[in-house]
Write a protein that binds this ligand. Sequence first.
Ligand SMILES: *Cc1c(COP(=O)(O)O)cnc(C)c1O
Length: 360
Amino acid sequence: MNLRVPGPTPLPKQVREATAADMINHRGPEFKEMLAGICSGLQYLFETGNEVVLLTGSGTGGLEAAIVNLVNPGDQVVAVSIGAFGERFREIAETFGAQVTTVAAEWGQAADPDALDEALSRTPNARLVLVTHNETSTGVTNDLQALAEVVHAHDNGQGPLLVVDGISSVGSIPLRTDAWGCDIVITGSQKSWMSPPGVSMLSVSPRAWEAIESCICPRYYWDLQRARSYARKGQTPWTPAVSVLYALSAALQLMRAEGLEAIHARHRRVAQHMREGAQALGLELFADPAHVSDTVTTLRVPAGMDGDALVAKVREQGAVIAGGQGKLKGQVVRVGHLGYVDDADIDEVLRALAIALGRG
Ligand SMILES: *Cc1c(COP(=O)(O)O)cnc(C)c1O
């Protein structure tokens, strides 16, 4: 099966083999060495000098960790939400008592930096801005650099801090953590990282650490200060998902060998191939063409056809694609092309789609 959902993504052979290795002591020297290699590999791909912390949990655990370490009850938070994952991030902030102002866009569109500017003018005490860099439910990539510039223009010395859900972007498409001033960037092992699900990775800026130190929101498993102090000893506070870390370590070696620029170029090329091929089959892109994602393509289900039925027919042809999420259920299908992907994988998806649509 050609697995083309936007996570989990397929694993290269070297990564699959790495997961089969025997266990080691997670408080021993081999683990310490592996953790150091993983963190430096992540810093390279996040384009950051900030510390990177690993947590055992999926990407959503990383989002919750960011919130519980930064949000005091009643804090003002601005959530930029352009789809299902933006809504999730906003909901997590509300769950922990934030007063959230939402900057929304119609699903399929990118966030408008002017709308964020206006919202920040109305909430001068906002402590955080939450942004989904790449909205996996709609196939839209926000202009994170432009949004970050707006956030920094409102900096009153205490923030707001910029917290980025980069779960389906960093490691595939450019996310310049330091150059764009992203205080926290969150990702998950099963997206760009050619690894199984189970580990979330976060980069944390020095001023985010300061805010974390004074945050009174209760937390235990997701306590980032504890994660940092253990990381400095080459450990994690709790028993980590050792096998997933074996995979991540092997995958990062492959990614370093390929190189950041080459990885970005491959994702751009493959995404272009997917979009052109789908359009040649008569399918319409759901996302605004000016902001289409290079990691996930969202296609409108042709009139008179059911989205779930289309996914099932494509599956019969050997390719696994995803349906729509939230209010897009039944209306769109999504093809993931992040991580371990090349043009030949897209050719297979296009062939399966052509047959499923009766155009083969
Ligand atoms: C996949 C994804 C998530 C959720 O991650 P899980 O690992 O499923 O918890 C959140 N945000 C974005 C943008 C995603 O693509």
